[in-house]
Design a protein around this ligand. Structure first.
Ligand code: PRX
Length: 652
């Protein structure tokens, strides 16, 4: 593969296999016929407000009804205007009111093997206690609460507790550095932080509170820090007047706080993600529209049935965890498995052990994980009875057909439909995906749009392209789950998403649509790369590198990687230092400290100069080619002269 996007195009050309849904699956499916889908799709397209008004009335609880379904003045949308609802109420009380109080909401397993089960009623009590605790710490409606926690039930509980009182959660994936936490705290003016003493990862303990302490030294707006005891080691430093223990402040509460009636457009959460510039942006989602989108897309795509045991393996630090660990499945009254740790601890069969033990019916994971399982070997899978599975999902990046086939055969026993779901932090929930009861799938394609999603593929002048031609993927109409803005930066919101193709949402992805109306995502149009399903801006990594004293200039590109999808390749020019292994180590450490381990460059290459065009622009395409041809050995430290290559290219 030359690069990931052209790799996918190649597959498009040769991929002709079609996998119809198993007849048995279709019989009971939530969307059980093409006609039903077409009816839903046409209704949402032709009578947007009528369709979503009815959906919202049926599928959310309203303290006060809305009077207008959608107020749309590009780029600003308001949904279910003047209505009052509450996402925590929809996830908990509504289910309890409907007789599901004793149904298991969360089946949880920690990495060391400890377990917990919470019914919907028990979960509500825990959420109320946490909400009462947050109130006691001074959290009011509209305040931002930063959350930096392991995948324990308390993470979901904290999110729902914020939602219950109208506080805005900002979950920060627990792999980010102190610098990244501080940046996010400051950007959002976070008032309170929730964390834990540590987390388990592959049998080791990561001292989360230490990282948070370092971050809080640079986060002047944070007044209080609530600390969950997860690890139980001695010597956790607690700052007098600022830090309090969860077991002192939360567990001592009564646990019956009613959910606050909130405006439909009340901010529900901020989630930071990388854009094409160096600074991550706080994507804002609001209450009613997001909640409805998460719920309905969950029900349609995962074909939710009462006796399902559903497992989404994502961490709540990412949007997939927000929409498909917490808000979607819980609003739908699902029983969800939540797992704290690594897929290869204590052994490479941990996921399959969990599927067998909990009789998981629906598994939603990422292609990067699937590729790791393939590498670890089939014997880890074959040891386990996976016959409970009936549906498989994939998210985060395109799934290459080889991985798709392995997932289908080895995990699904050739019996389970695969839903390859395309969406983004900004879209709030799934936008394009097979519907498992009706869509014949093609490996590598996210197939067709969900009701309410009107995709359009356009060229650089904004004109629609012919079928089978690649172009920029836009969404032509607002949808309830769409982002409402970038926290504190209206201008960037308008410029980044709504200006290049006026009035249409620019996704940042390239795509093509084939003769059957199936969509194929072909990679990004901007400088965003996708490393193990995690979104990173190359400029963010470059900024981290140049903040090191030895670095003059840095250019970062993605290169294809069998496991990660894309790996991070950095080209750097240096001053006053030898281009040696020692410096490479130092730079890697520096990037980890600036951003977090997930941004650690896979290759670092020292160069005398960076290849630039006559107008001074770095020739990224050339660097991508060089990085892709790079031998895996990688670590010979020489100073290359790429300017020669650049001048050759310039003459082309
Ligand atoms: O490029 C697309 C890729 O991931 C980007 C969104 O990343 P993020 O906001 O972190 O959300 C990831 C989880 C939804 C998209 O712009 N992407 C995500 N899912 C797919 C995908 N690319 C191809 N196929 C997918 N199924």
């Amino acid at each position: 593969m030359a690069d990931s996007s052209s790799g996918q195009i190649d597959h498009v050309l040769i991929e002709e296999r079609l996998f119809p849904p198993p007849a048995k699956f279709t019989e009971k499916a939530v969307v059980a016929s093409k006609a039903q889908y077409e009816e839903l799709y046409a209704a949402a397209r032709d009578d947007r407000d009528g369709f979503w008004g009815k959906e919202a009335q049926e599928h959310l609880h309203w303290f006060e009804p809305f009077d207008t379904v959608c107020q749309w003045q590009s780029p600003n949308a308001k949904w279910f205007v003047n209505g009052k609802t509450n996402a925590s109420y929809n996830c908990l009380d509504r289910n309890i009111d409907n007789g599901l109080g004793d149904r298991v909401a969360i089946l949880w397993e920690g990495e060391p093997g400890d377990t917990r089960t919470l019914t919907y009623r028990e979960l509500r009590t825990e959420v109320c206690k946490c909400a009462e605790g947050l109130r006691a710490l001074g959290v009011n409606q509209g305040d931002v609460v930063s959350v930096y926690m392991p995948m324990t039930p308390e993470l979901a509980i904290t999110m729902l507790a914020c939602a219950r009182i109208g506080a805005v959660h900002s979950v920060i994936f627990a792999g980010f550095s102190a610098e990244s936490i501080a940046d996010r705290n400051n950007d959002a003016s976070a008032k309170v932080m929730v964390t834990a003493d540590g987390l388990y990862r592959r049998g080791k303990v990561l001292p989360l509170k230490e990282t948070v302490d370092e971050a809080l030294a640079k986060s002047p707006t944070v007044e209080k820090c609530l600390v969950l005891r997860r690890i139980g080691q001695d010597g956790v430093s607690m700052t007098e007047g600022r830090d309090v223990w969860w077991h002192d402040v939360v567990e001592t509460q009564i646990g019956d706080l009613p959910a606050e009636p909130l405006d439909s457009e009340a901010p529900l959460f901020i989630l930071y993600t990388s854009g094409s510039t160096g600074k991550p942006k706080g994507i804002l989602h609001t209450t009613a529209g997001y909640n409805l989108w998460a719920k309905r897309t969950f029900q349609w795509v995962f074909d939710h049935q009462e006796d399902d045991v559903y497992w989404c393996t994502a961490d709540c630090g990412w949007i997939t965890g927000h929409s498909y660990v917490v808000y979607g499945p819980l609003s739908a009254g699902a029983t969800c498995l939540m797992y704290e740790g690594a897929p290869n601890h204590p052994q490479e069969d941990r996921f399959w052990d969990l599927v067998e033990k909990y009789k998981v019916t629906t598994l939603y994971t990422a292609p990067t994980a699937i590729r790791a399982f393939i590498k670890w070997g089939d014997e880890h899978v074959e040891k386990h009875d996976l016959s409970s599975l009936r549906l498989l999902g994939s998210v985060g990046e395109g799934i290459n057909p080889e991985a798709w086939m392995w997932y289908h055969e080895k995990i699904g026993g050739k019996n389970c439909p695969i839903v390859d779901t395309w969406w983004q932090t900004e879209t709030g929930g799934i936008m394009m995906s097979p519907l498992p009861g009706i869509t014949s799938t093609k490996p590598g394609s996210c197939t067709t749009p969900l009701p309410g999603v009107i995709p359009e593929i356009v060229d650089e002048s904004g004109q629609p392209v012919e079928p089978n031609h690649g172009g920029m993927l836009c969404i032509a109409q607002p949808w309830p789950g769409m982002l409402r803005g970038i926290w504190g930066d209206e201008k960037r919101y308008a410029e980044q998403y709504w200006t290049m193709v006026p009035g249409k949402y620019l996704t940042g992805d390239n795509a093509r649509c084939d003769d059957d109306g199936y969509y194929w995502i072909m990679g990004r149009i901007d400088d965003v790369i996708n490393v193990s399903g995690h979104r990173l801006s190359t400029i963010e990594v470059e900024s981290a590198l140049v903040s090191h004293e030895a670095v003059c200039e840095a250019a970062v590109v993605g290169r294809p990687d069998d496991l990660k999808g894309q790996a991070i390749a950095a080209f750097v020019t240096i001053r006053d230092r030898e281009p040696d292994e020692e410096l490479k180590k130092e730079l890697r450490l520096h990037v980890r400290k600036q951003i977090g381990a997930l941004a650690n460059p896979d290759d670092i290459r020292f160069t005398a100069s960076l290849p630039k065009t006559r107008s001074g622009k770095i020739m990224r395409r050339l660097l991508r080619d060089i990085a892709a041809g790079h031998e895996a050995t990688g670590d010979t430290s020489t100073l290359e002269d790429l300017s020669v290559l650049a001048s050759l290219k310039d003459e082309d």
